[in-house]
Each structure stands twice: as C-alpha cells, then as structure tokens.
Design a protein around this ligand. Sequence first.
Ligand SMILES: Cc1ncc(C[n+]2csc(CCOP(=O)(O)OP(=O)(O)O)c2C)c(N)n1
Ligand SMILES: [Mg+2]
Length: 530
Amino acid sequence: MKNSYSGAELISKAINDSGVETLFWYPGREILPLYHELKDSGVSIIRSSHEQCAVHSADGFYRASSRISSVLTSTGPGSVNAMMGLSCAYKDGSSLVLITGQVPTDKLGTDAFEEVDLLSMTSAITKKNIRVKDDLYREIRYSFSQAISGWPRPVHVEVSTDLFEQQYLSDFEYTETKTKTKLDIDKIKLAIKLINESERPLILSGYGAINSNSGNNIYSLSTKIGAPIVTTLPGRGIIDEDDNRGFGTLGVRGTNNSKIAFEKSDLLISFGVKFSDRTSYNLLGNPKKIIDVNLEKNQKNIEFDLSLIGDLNEIINNITIGVSRKSDLWINKNPMRKLDGISSSSKPLKPQAAIFEIFEKLKKEDIVVTDTGSITVWAHLLKKVHIPRTFICSHSFGAMGFGLPASIGAKLSNPEKRVILITGDGGLLMVLGELLTLSENNIDVKVFLIDNGVLGTIKQYEDTKFEGKYSFSLGKKDFVAISKGLGVPALRVEGKEEMKKGIRETLNSEGPMLLDIVTNPNEKVPSGGI
Ligand SMILES: Cc1ncc(C[n+]2csc(CCOP(=O)(O)OP(=O)(O)O)c2C)c(N)n1
Ligand SMILES: [Mg+2]
C-alpha cells in the first residue's frame, strides 16, 4: 500500500535501505531538511571540513572496505568544492553516491543565486548523474546499485531543494535487476588452449581482481600452471608479496622481478586490469600473447589475443579446471634490492629512513594511506603489501590532499584496524581542517608527516630541469602547534633516535596523533623501481 512521505523521508529511507553506514557532509541551507531526516535514521554522519574532503573520505571508506558510503553537499559552491574528490574517485574507480542540493525547481535555468550546472560538471567524472524528479525512493536506490555494480565508479544525484519537503506516495518497492554475462565456453576453451601451449605464462592482476575477491582463485591457477603473479599498483595485496609467487608491481616503479618475468614470459593472463599507462608503458609492441579477463570491456586501445568478459571468479575457475598441470614456477624471484639510505642516521633525516622505520613497526593487516608527492614514491617502493585494501593512494589521479580525508574514511570503515597516513607537508597544508575532523570525532589515525619543508616532487624536477632554481617556499610554519591547536596531539622529531622513539610513541598512542618528522629537502627519489 502506498503512503505519503516527504522527499527527505524517502531519500533518507533509500540511503538506509541501500546499506549506507556512514555519510560525509558539509552543511548548506538547502540540504538541511535531508540532514535533519538522516541524523536520527541510523546512518552515522561525519561533518568534514571541506566538501572535497567529504568525497575523499567516502572514497577512502570504499577502498579500504569495498562498502559504499555517501556524501551530501549543498547547492552551487558547496557542490563545486566536491568536484576534486569526485574526479579522484572516478579516475581511481571508487564507488560512492554524491547527493547535491540544487536551487528550487521553478528557479532552474534562471541563473538564480548559487545556481550552477552541476550535471554538466559531473558528467565527465561520474558513471551516472541524474536529477531526481518524482520517484525519489527508487531513483536513489538505483543510484547506489549503479555505483557498486560492474566497475566501481561514483554516481551523482541532484535534488532541487523544494523536493525535500514535497509529499509523495510511495510503497518503498524496489527490485534490483542484475544482468549477468553468460559464460562463453568457446572462449574458455581457447584460453585453456593458449595456456597449455605456453611455456612461460605470467599472471597480471589488477584492482578489478581485488574488487572481485579473486585472490584465492588466482593463486590456485598460478599453482596449477606455474605462473608467477605480478600486479598493478592498485592491485597490490591480491597476493602476499612475501610469497614466492608474488613478484611485485609491474610498470612505473615496478620491481625488477616483475620486469624480468614480464620480459621472459610468452603469455600474459590479465585479471581485472585497466591497462593504464602506469602499467602498460612497456607492453605495447611486445610480441607475447595476452589473454585479458575483465568484468567489463576494456576501453584501452590494446589488441588482446583473447578477451573474456564476465564474472572473474567463474572464468578463472573454469580455466583452472581445464588447464593441464605444469611443473612449478618457470622462474624464481631474486632478493629485492635495498634502497639507498634506508639505514642512514644522517641529520636532517632522509625521508626513506623514516618511512622504512615506520613500515618496520607495522603489522601485516595495518592499513597504510599515502598522500601524493615524493612520499608516495618512497612508500610504494618500501612497503610490502600482504593483504588487499591495505595500501591506498591516489594511483590514477595523484591528488594532493587525498591522504588525510581518505584515511578518515579508511578508519571509519575498519574501526578494528590500525590506520596510518604518510603525508607530505604540501599535501597536509591543503587539508589541515581535517585534523579537526579527527579530533572532534576521535578518529584514530596516526599521521606521519614527512616534513621536508618543500614540494619535494617539484623541487626535484626544478633541480634537474631548471638548474637547481627551486623558486618558491612553503613558508615557515609550526605543524606541532597547528595540530595541537586543532586538537590532535603532536610531536616533532629530528635525529634518528628521536625519530624511532617518536614512531613508537605515535603507534602506541590512544587516539589520533601527528608525528612531524623533519627530513632533508634535497633527498631525491630514485628513478625506476626496485
Ligand atoms: C591538488 C594537486 N596540486 C598539485 C599537484 C602537483 N604536485 C604533485 S606532487 C607535488 C608536491 C607535493 O609536496 P609534498 O606534499 O610536500 O610532498 P613531497 O613531494 O615534498 O614529499 C605537487 C605540487 C597535485 N598532484 N595535486
Ligand atoms: Mg614536502
């Protein structure tokens, strides 16, 4: 039977029924009716310091858990601020639903106060963007199911402010239509044939395999056909990198082991790989055969010898049953090269020595989030990833300011796990308000600030390309005072012993803490991988 409900009631119920546990928002008059409906509805609500951060937090929530959350922002400027977060989630493949307020229906298209064409803006950075009209409950439920089906991507829903208080009849009926791609037996047979003919097969696993929880199945296939497993950057963790089958990352800043295995292999079998330019820069022109397995058709202009579209696990299992057993790994991995400077005691500290020391103290299941800059490179080179969704960075978009809000989302989706952030000073300065979000909500993120006083990545470039004419400064600031002023305990360390003690203290602290590690601005990230 249909009863009468306000638009805000319908949207709030749809958000709850879509399984949303946490919603990030920033206030605006136009969205208050929905906020007031939501706040006692069971969803946990976090007010971020900035709309960009609200979206990064929802993005981090998804990356660390594969569970969807939502963001609520207001008309005009409130929602334009969210565009950065949305771009990042879109490029990196994260599911979330952004609900934005819009001017009243009768003002649409009149250049009203705060009116801006949000749907045009988000059309390039969302999987779907819709303006809800009259079937609010169903349209919101549909938006959430779109965001999590297929390749994960954000969805934008725009609501004119008058709709929140308008009355509608609804019976809360919603039936999800799931389409499943039928298994193509002929292609499975062809894949089996190609693998049986191959002497040196190599498995490349991407973020799609993480989203499909395919780790165990990929491992079984690898064992049966003797194929090493290499991964993309976002695909790290599908195999424990300590395992003798895990050869590390392929592509930009990849491992030597993966590079050698790739060069010697005669067949590449890829699972859930986007083939971004970060992974495939050395793939084109290589004569080896490629079997690509993906949930959706790959948009990249790469010629595959065989492309299988559908449920990854179903495809992998059918291939594994059909292939002949081969002798074990056709190539063994070598010990990894140690990076220069990781044991250095020099003062100012080398950033790699500090990051190395932090990672030495972590447990396998701890979640590491990084911001963008030379710190991302150091962290990527120094971290061994053991478990999916425990190493998070803005891999395809490289957004500075992503780290702190994303780590908030990661912690909220994994309250039982330790979450640590590695950030640069430039990136942290962009999102300082999120320290207040940490302290106000007692969100237990350990913030490790690699404080080199410069935009390290830019300085390194200017040093090499512009004859050392590093031309600007990040200014004089006291991060400890700033952090404490925003309610997060903080400590500044300089020498090696001080740094080691500070890391111990931070990791053992109760609640959030910031460790300001002063490092050498002249240290350069190495070229290539390890
Ligand atoms: C939002 C944004 N603005 C600018 C850039 C370009 N950029 C990439 S890294 C970087 C410097 C980062 O500096 P910092 O956070 O201090 O880290 P460091 O490189 O010093 O370790 C800049 C400006 C970017 N990636 N994102
Ligand atoms: Mg810096």
